[in-house]
Design a binder for this molecule. Structure first.
Ligand code: GLP
Length: 260
């Protein structure tokens, strides 16, 4: 795992975006794993700057979102379908027909989840997966005790996740109880993972995921099983790391051929 600690959230966005841009430059039809939440906003902002500067294009790329609420109307402004359309498809210039979000409104949710997982595989797998991390250690909506082998499926949201996401709704009661999320096994199948976190509220989850034991209690610790995972943090999110100085030293001495 490569751990990069930077002074500001904007720098986190710039470096994570550079990693994703390098994938799209090599492979314009790359499959991008898209995350919602506030953490990746800095990444999308920097990618948008690169698109507008003509450095990269997502016109041929494909996208698969990590997760969606169950039972939320498609047109609800906080459905992840709406969020992905607003924050990603429009600003980055994806072809909407090439971006998918799990169908949390399907009559047969289990079948829809299986089909989504198969569609990712049929697309050749995710080339680079963008991730945030919840304060309880979740990635996607894989709440604590999610199996490392899990595939796309329906999960019940943890009370703390519903409380954290209540800020996007008029009241806590309106936050759906269930979601459909790529599983940890699905996420681990991506060729590369890029997790971003900023702010003090993420420090404990980040430390547990990176330096704690491999445990389904901390779903983010699944990154330890991946051969190409990059974690980009600001100083506040990195505050709980014991080996922070080692990670800084490593990044400062990164050989030129390894830079992106
Ligand atoms: C959300 C999403 C995750 C996200 C996490 C953290 O509910 N399902 O994909 O990484 O919680 O969100 P934020 O970045 O807003 O703190």
């Amino acid at each position: 795992m490569e751990i990069i600690i930077l002074p500001t959230p904007a720098e986190v966005g710039r470096v994570a975006a550079a990693k994703i841009a390098s994938v799209v430059q090599k492979k314009p039809a790359a499959v991008i794993g898209l995350a919602t939440g506030s953490s990746p906003q800095v990444v999308y902002a920097d990618l948008q700057r690169r698109v507008e500067a003509g450095e990269i294009s997502f016109a041929e790329a494909r996208g698969f979102a990590l997760d969606e609420y169950v039972g939320i109307p498609l047109e609800h402004p906080e459905s992840y379908a709406s969020v992905i359309a607003r924050d990603v498809i429009g600003p980055l210039g994806f072809d909407p027909s090439r971006v998918r979000v799990p169908d949390g409104r399907a009559g047969d949710l289990e079948a829809a989840a299986r089909e989504y997982d198969a569609a990712i595989r049929d697309a050749g797998g995710v080339d680079v997966q963008i991730l945030g991390i919840g304060a309880n250690g979740h990635i996607g909506f894989n709440e604590p005790t999610s199996s490392f082998a899990s595939r796309t499926r329906v999960k019940t949201l943890a009370p703390s996740t519903r409380e954290a996401n209540a800020r996007f709704f008029e009241s806590l009661d309106q936050v759906p109880a269930h979601c459909m999320t790529q599983g940890l096994g699905t996420i681990l199948d991506a060729h590369e993972l890029v997790l971003v976190a900023h702010g003090a509220a993420k420090a404990a989850a980040v430390a547990a995921a990176i330096e704690g034991p491999l445990s389904s209690f901390v779903p983010g610790s699944a990154l330890q099983l991946h051969e190409s995972a990059t974690v980009v943090l600001d100083e506040e999110a990195a505050a709980g790391l014991q080996l922070a100085n080692y990670y800084r030293h490593t990044y400062d001495h990164k050989p030129e051929w390894q830079r992106f």
